[in-house]
Design a protein around this ligand. Structure first.
Ligand SMILES: NC(=O)c1ccc[n+]([C@@H]2O[C@H](COP(=O)([O-])OP(=O)(O)OC[C@H]3O[C@@H](n4cnc5c(N)ncnc54)[C@H](O)[C@@H]3O)[C@@H](O)[C@H]2O)c1
Length: 529
């Protein structure tokens, strides 16, 4: 268990960083010995340069491996190859300063021990000035390389849009996101804009539009407030678009169970209408966010060809929409279905009705991780990785995605809820784990993600621990107030009688009702002026 916890960090990226650090530590040490040698030759003409060189080579040969082992151990323990990825700016530099200083203190101590034990033959001790120089050069090079990598990444992310524009030429430029103000949509908007797409959002703003703050000034961004059931709003939104990403539905089992008729209207009928509108407007690429909850309750590891065993209206509506979209596939319409794992992580519209986010917030704020049942399996994926998967589908050659279904997540991130509790406990150890027997949630599924990995090269970049740390930081920084506030929960927001959805629902009824009734309904909805 412990081993697998650390083996997840042993990615190719990490191995490259380990190799780079080994090289830096050794080059700095060697440079320190050579500098000291040159200084001695320059200041003492009596000295034999050849002898001094032999000495330096002997010292390096006898001690470099001790220094390398100490450096790797200290870097690992300082988290430079794991959580250190999330350290920023001055804090990262402080961690590096501490680590390099510790390496040289331990190295000096090891040499001193070797001397007192009389192992002089084995360890030829380097002069003290070389140790000091080695510390300084290692510090400068380790911090410098990381600083350079950070600046390079920033520079590239600024240049990326321009590079993309050149690359795309006649490809997809304009993307409509239905439901773009939501948890996933608000992250996707930023990802697409940073990659030089222009983005239009059609959203009923059931949870407000704060998530899009800061985007409205961007000339490549446009927000249309409207309902996916409103044909004219949908056609207006489709104009001049090259691709549609459909995220605008009622989300979650409890939220969908509130008003079954409304759920079927939005999650089934409107999705069909939106797809037909896309077809009618010549928008060929249509990415639809389905859910792995279509696998329902299954003891097998499910892949895209497995039998579906939905246990909720939400999942049944997803299956219905998938079938509708696939049936519309043809020369002028190409649906891509993404079955998303349960999403976690911080976003511009945070949700605390999702299990990882909720349990983390509960651990941080209430000191308790309450697990209901716990043995049920679930696959997980970070919200930024979902956005990445959607962008991949927008950019992939049509032939490799049209009429295809892809599970979105990673094989390593299938966890039981108990395991999720353990992961959170590892990061918030002061919280106690409370197991409550029985579990109303019948969903229990493990999923294979080999298709999206193999065919689209998708790889999740964030682990559940990364998401827990992110939520933990957002709570500690005060970015999140009361995590139980209704704005963070779809069910709580939609079950409020005065909510936006009720208004929307009446508004839509009004659109189709005879004129006199329509006026009445709208007035009913908004109250006296
Ligand atoms: N979050 C998850 O864990 C998860 C998992 C699997 C699948 N999905 C799917 O991903 C999609 C997005 O999920 P999310 O987590 O961002 O949800 P969300 O509830 O945060 O966002 C949904 C957005 O759609 C909008 N919307 C709802 N009904 C609309 C309508 N009739 N017309 C226009 N806009 C409407 C809402 O205002 C909201 O901004 C959904 O289709 C969901 O089923 C999400």
């Amino acid at each position: 268990m412990k081993l697998s916890k650390y083996s997840r960090y042993m990615t190719f990226d990490v191995l490259i960083r380990v190799a780079a650090d080994v090289v830096i530590v050794n080059v700095a040490y060697l440079a320190a010995l050579v500098t000291r040698l040159l200084w001695k030759i320059a200041t003492d003409p009596q000295i034999s340069a050849q002898e001094q060189l032999m000495d330096a080579v002997q010292i390096y040969g006898a001690t470099f491996w001790v220094l390398t082992l100490i450096a790797l151990a200290v870097y690992c323990l300082s988290g430079l190859y794991s959580r250190g990825r999330f350290y920023q700016g001055r804090f990262k530099m402080l961690v590096i300063f501490q680590a390099v200083s510790l390496i040289y203190v331990v190295f000096g101590f090891a040499l001193y021990l070797a001397l007192t034990k009389g192992w002089r033959e084995l360890f030829i001790p380097p002069p003290r000035i070389a140790l000091f120089l080695g510390w300084f050069l290692t510090l400068a090079a380790t911090a410098g390389v990381r600083l350079w990598a950070m600046l390079w990444r920033r520079l590239m992310s600024r240049e990326a849009p321009a590079l993309r524009v050149l690359k795309k030429e006649e490809g997809i430029q304009h993307v409509l996101i239905i439901g773009g103000a939501g948890y996933i949509g608000s992250t996707l908007c930023r990802q697409l804009l940073s990659q030089a797409y222009s983005v239009r959002v059609l959203d009923a703003l059931l949870y407000g539009d704060k998530s899009l703050a800061g985007l409205k000034e961007d000339p490549r961004f446009e927000l249309l407030e409207g309902d996916s059931r409103d044909v004219s709003a949908v056609f207006r939104a489709m104009l001049d678009m090259d691709a549609v990403v459909h995220l605008g539905e009622l989300v979650g089992d409890p939220a969908c169970a509130l008003d079954e008729k409304l759920t079927l209207e939005i999650n089934l009928a409107a999705t069909r209408m939106v797809a037909e509108a896309a077809q009618g407007c010549g928008v060929k690429r249509f990415v639809y966010a389905s859910s792995c909850s279509v696998y329902g309750a299954s003891s097998e590891i499910s892949d895209e060809r497995s039998a579906l065993k939905p246990v909720s209206l939400y999942a049944r509506a997803k299956i219905g929409s998938e079938q509708t979209l696939l049936a519309l596939n043809g020369p002028d319409f190409h649906p891509v279905i993404l079955r998303l794992s349960t999403v976690f992580g911080h976003s511009f519209r945070p949700r605390f009705d999702l299990v990882v986010n909720f349990l983390t917030a509960k651990a941080v704020r209430d000191g308790e991780i309450t697990i209901f049942g716990g043995e049920q399996w679930r696959p997980f994926v970070h919200v930024a990785d979902v956005a990445q998967a959607i962008v991949l589908c927008v950019e992939a050659p049509l032939v490799s995605v049209k009429a295809r279904i892809f599970n979105v997540g990673s094989d390593e991130q299938n966890y039981t809820i108990n395991q999720v509790g353990e992961l959170i406990h590892g990061i918030v150890p002061q919280a106690r784990v409370v197991n409550v027997e029985g579990n109303g949630d019948r969903r229990d599924y493990r999923v294979s993600f080999s298709r999206i990995r193999r065919e689209l090269g998708f790889k999740a970049r964030y682990s559940v621990e990364d998401g827990v740390r992110e939520i933990h930081a957002a709570l500690m920084d005060g970015k999140i107030g009361d995590y139980q506030d209704r704005c963070y929960s779809n069910y709580k927001t939609l079950s409020d009688p005065g909510n936006h959805l009720t208004i929307r629902s009446r508004h839509i009824n009004a659109l189709y009702a005879p004129q006199s009734q329509a006026t009445e309904s709208v007035e009913d909805a908004v109250g006296p002026s």
